[in-house]
Write a protein that binds this ligand. Structure first.
Ligand SMILES: Cc1cc2nc3c(=O)[nH]c(=O)nc-3n(C[C@H](O)[C@H](O)[C@H](O)COP(=O)(O)OP(=O)(O)OC[C@H]3O[C@@H](n4cnc5c(N)ncnc54)[C@H](O)[C@@H]3O)c2cc1C
Length: 398
């Protein structure tokens, strides 16, 4: 049994670190990196971040795990993961939806037309995607989606409302799941389309979250899309969404933000004082730090299990659910604990006088619950573990 990465993988990590150091010297670095805003990586867009993505493309960091035939490097998925780990450590934009969800689904299920049109643009970091899955009345029970596409000439006319669509206000393209057959079972009547975000029938409305990130409500009114922009087989969208969600669980939830959070915690209690006495001397503070140190290590082990299963070609649904549940709730517990340690001063916003740690704990306290909701809530992760992992019945009620 070996929990460590190989020499070649560690060399790659060194290469990424060197790239990040170079980028950190550039004049726009402050707009690229947000090291104390652990979940910022996916959610904002600035010219500096787009430039950074182009630099990653030039370095060959995008699409490393894609087949050579499509411009990739045929590398193991672990390289994408290692890259994301280093990027999230410094709060830089992660390689996300385009390379992962969209690119990998197109490579496996897309038509030649869609592959030719989109894969090169994704590899060159020229386009951004928003994911249109959730709706006002369905998120956890995603297969109950109602946004409807009806046949119209050589294409489809789409009407309805999507909800919580992150990046929709700056994305170029919409990866959109809709109901194409209302008479089929809820899992069998869904199809995926790629739609330009600047379509005149699309209206994007901002929703501000507790974590200061913007997400969006998206309204679709007679949005016509040619059938050529349907991804894969008609009514097979649910299968593609599930495959891609499993990938998302593996790639998005990196461990380094937790390590950074723990380091920040240590740094504060080493130098901080309460009633003139060093914080590090309080038994409850020492106990908390010891607990969190062990728990971050446990989260890392959960994650290694996911990576190991994924690298051997498995679909680590249950392991991914355990990791997502454990690490997102741990992140929230750490933020809550720091609010207790800091006392009233912890409530100060980053713009406040006498603010501690640049307000990062106050922000973390507000923002960390979001990760327990996005990409499947904690309750849904527990359901996956209970049903698929433990073989328990769907519900004990009744
Ligand atoms: C920051 C953020 C970004 C997001 N980005 C996107 C995006 O880009 N695209 C997109 O399509 N969606 C996105 N989402 C939506 C996200 O996937 C949904 O919010 C999530 O799946 C929960 O769905 P819901 O909000 O409809 O809540 P509901 O499904 O209505 O759940 C409400 C509550 O009931 C609980 N619950 C529901 N069903 C069960 C059950 N069977 N058993 C036990 N408890 C249950 C839930 O856990 C939750 O506590 C994002 C969400 C967040 C927070």
């Amino acid at each position: 049994m070996n929990f460590e990465f190989s020499a070649e993988e560690n060399l790659f990590v060194d290469e990424v670190k060197a790239f990040i150091r170079e980028q950190a010297q550039l004049p726009d670095a402050a707009d690229v990196f947000a090291p104390d805003r652990d979940s910022d990586s996916m959610l904002s867009d600035t010219p500096a971040r787009r430039r950074f993505n182009l630099a990653m493309a030039d370095r060959g960091f995008l699409g490393m795990s894609w087949p050579k035939k499509y411009g990739g490097a045929d590398k193991d998925g672990i390289y994408d993961y290692l890259l994301n780990e280093e990027l999230s450590r410094v709060g830089a934009p992660l390689i996300g939806k385009g390379i992962g969800i969209v690119g990998k689904t197109l490579i496996t299920h897309g038509s030649e037309k869609l592959k030719t049109e989109f894969l090169p643009q994704i590899l060159r970091a020229e386009i951004e995607f928003a994911l249109g899955y959730s709706e006002p009345s369905c998120g956890s029970d995603l297969a109950a989606m109602k946004v409807k596409a009806e046949r119209s000439g050589e294409g489809w006319k789409i009407n309805g409302q999507k909800m919580w669509n992150t990046s929709a206000h700056f994305a170029d393209w919409y990866w959109l799941a809709v109901r194409t057959d209302s008479s089929a079972s809820k899992y069998e009547g869904i199809s995926l389309f790629i739609v330009p975000m600047n379509h005149p029938g699309i209206t994007v409305q901002a929703i501000e979250t507790l974590g200061e990130h913007r997400t969006n409500s998206v309204f679709l009114e007679d949005v016509w899309v040619h059938d050529e922009y349907r991804v894969g087989e008609l009514n097979k969208g649910w299968i593609y969404i599930c495959e891609a969600l499993d990938f998302e669980r593996f790639a998005i939830y990196t461990i380094s933000p937790l390590e950074v959070k723990l380091e920040r915690m240590w740094a504060y209690v080493r130098s901080g004082k309460r009633d003139g006495r060093a914080l590090i001397k309080f038994p409850e503070v020492r106990r908390l730090l010891a607990q969190f140190t062990a728990q971050v290590e446990m989260a890392k082990m959960f994650q290694r299990k996911v990576i190991s299963a994924a690298c051997q070609g498995g679909v680590p649904t249950v392991e991914g659910a355990m990791f997502k549940l454990y690490m997102t709730e741990l992140s929230q517990r750490m933020a809550n604990a720091m609010m207790n340690i800091l006392g009233p001063q912890g409530l100060l916003h980053k713009s406040g006088v006498d603010v501690v740690s640049d307000g990062s704990w106050e922000w973390s306290y507000r923002a960390s619950p979001l990760d327990t909701i996005g990409a499947g809530t904690s309750e849904i992760q527990r359901n996956i573990i209970a049903r698929r992992g433990l073989g328990l019945p769907a519900s004990l009620a009744r």
